[in-house]
Design a protein around this ligand. Structure first.
Ligand SMILES: [Mg+2]
Length: 220
């Protein structure tokens, strides 16, 4: 799955667009168990990244991901800014170490980035956060025989759905205690959107010959 910088910019552009297109849904989820700002905050952050992609065209792929992370820290705000910023900045740092990003490299980089997010948010799996999507996504990627990139969107979506049953133990939603159950975590949903957009873009055309979007096609 090696990719060029131009292909990476297409992947990030699609990730940004997915977040922007679902801002209202993220806000509605956050209205149920938080303060209704997740959609606006995420849209602001990913619009800022999208608007700078052209400027980053000559950077190495790892540096592009790091720059995206720095932009997210500065623009998302709230609790999510530092978490998504940490995720992207650490991913970028790890990508800078490998000349070609294989799926194993991606899994290893994600492991380091997830641990950094855990430390930043002082949180663990099972507390109804984006970690409840990131960990299953990592487990899928790290499985060399079964874990195909093409299935990753479904893995992320199922993981976000599974946060509906959880009780929030971090952030504003934790104030609701048991009443936080029955609602999907907004951060888990935004994380699943990001993973799905990246996976669809990286996985390339569906073998059946369908016209699904992908990064390489987008450049031809
Ligand atoms: Mg909020």
């Amino acid at each position: 799955m090696p990719f060029t910088n131009a292909e990476l910019l297409v992947v990030i552009d699609r990730v940004c667009q997915a977040v922007i297109d679902h801002a209202d849904e993220l806000t509605a989820l956050d209205r149920a168990i938080g303060d209704a700002d997740h959609g606006l905050n995420m849209e602001r952050g990913f619009r800022a990244v999208q608007s700078q992609l052209e400027k980053w065209r000559d950077l190495a792929p790892g540096a592009v991901i790091s720059e995206a992370g720095k932009t997210l820290v500065m623009t998302i705000g709230g609790a999510s800014g530092p978490l998504y910023g940490t995720l992207f900045m650490r991913l970028g740092q790890e990508f800078s170490r490998v000349p070609e990003a294989t799926q194993a490299d991606l899994a290893a980089a994600l492991r380091v980035a997830i641990d950094a997010v855990k430390a930043r948010g002082k949180s663990q799996v099972g507390q109804k956060t984006l970690l409840d999507v990131l960990e299953p996504v990592h487990a899928h990627l790290a499985e060399p025989t079964k874990g195909s990139l093409r299935e990753l969107a479904a893995v992320a979506d199922a993981a976000a759905q599974a946060t509906i049953a959880l009780k929030a133990e971090r952030g504003r939603a934790s104030f609701l205690g048991e009443r936080s159950r029955g609602h999907m975590d907004p951060g888990a949903r935004s994380c699943a959107l990001i993973v799905a957009a990246a996976a669809h873009s990286l996985a390339g055309p569906v073998p059946s010959g369908s016209t699904q979007d992908n990064a390489k096609e987008g450049l031809r």
